[in-house]
Design a protein around this ligand. Structure first.
Ligand code: ZN
Length: 151
């Protein structure tokens, strides 16, 4: 596995729309592994492929240590409620804001074996799913930020 370089806010790459994965190749599997390593080394709980310079619809999330969620071509199919909580981004280290997000979401995605599955999450997991799926459409948390936090 390899640690990848994380693209930072201000780079136009982060505003691009990622393309769907049409075939799960060994390269995609390596990318998933490298993304998990990169996310962990950076101390984050989510990472989208665009953040390591790959415009593919791939996300990794780990809000619970040891429970890695890999989402290929994720699509949020249901959401409910509302939460206004603190959020940051590995592409914007050291800065945080309060964002408005759904309290609960359900996402449909493909796993590394090519199987489609659905996952529901609330609170932090819901925020992470929304945050990472937004990255795939070139959206950033500052777009839904209702208050910037300063030290
Ligand atoms: Zn982010």
């Amino acid at each position: 596995m390899a640690k990848l370089k994380i693209v930072k806010f201000g780079d136009p790459m982060l505003r691009k729309v990622s393309r769907p994965v049409t075939e799960i190749t060994p390269r995609i599997l390596t990318l998933l592994d490298d993304m998990v390593e990169t996310m962990r080394e950076a101390g984050g709980c989510g990472l989208a492929a665009v953040q390591v310079g790959v415009l593919r619809r791939i996300v990794v999330i780990e809000v619970e240590d040891g429970n890695v969620i890999e989402l290929i071509n994720p699509k949020i199919i249901a959401f409910s409620g509302e939460q206004n909580e603190q959020e940051g981004c590995l592409s914007n280290p050291g800065e945080y804001g309060i964002t408005k997000r759904p309290k609960a979401v359900t996402v449909r995605a493909t796993d590394r074996h090519g199987e489609e599955f659905e996952l529901s999450g609330t609170d932090l997991l819901a925020r992470a799913i929304c945050h990472e799926c937004d990255h795939l459409d070139g959206k950033l948390y500052i777009d839904v930020q209702i208050k910037k936090l300063t030290d």
